[in-house]
Write a new protein. Structure first.
Length: 113
């Protein structure tokens, strides 16, 4: 893989994070926060939550579109599953929390946005 391809791939992954933080889930801009310390703390929490959503999303089955990619993003699916689990008394919540243990994670290459 060339340097340009590697950089573009990294940029694409960063864009996925920004899209999830801004418009496709977490609505960061809707907070209208301007104080640096507050924004920094919120970004730390949202980054952890984003990671958790990815870890949950890759465990879920998702239908494929005609071109072979997932019909929904792993972030969106993970966020929905976490919201469902927190909003009801769910036995699955313990399993979802267990995904945060480092030995349970997969390599970033296996996520497949």
């Amino acid at each position: 893989m060339t340097t340009i391809q590697t950089r573009y791939r990294r940029r694409f992954l960063i864009e996925c994070l920004f899209r999830a933080l801004k418009s496709k889930g977490f609505q960061l801009e809707g907070t209208h926060m301007t104080l640096h310390d507050h924004v920094e703390r919120l970004l730390c929490l949202l980054t952890l939550t984003y990671t958790w959503c990815v870890l949950v999303g890759i465990t879920l089955d998702c239908p494929k579109k005609a071109h072979g990619r997932r019909a929904w993003s792993v972030v969106k699916m993970g966020l929905r599953e976490l919201v469902r689990s927190f909003s009801r008394e769910s036995s699955r919540l313990c399993d979802l929390i267990h995904l945060l243990v480092p030995s349970q994670t997969k390599s970033p290459e296996s996520v497949g946005y």
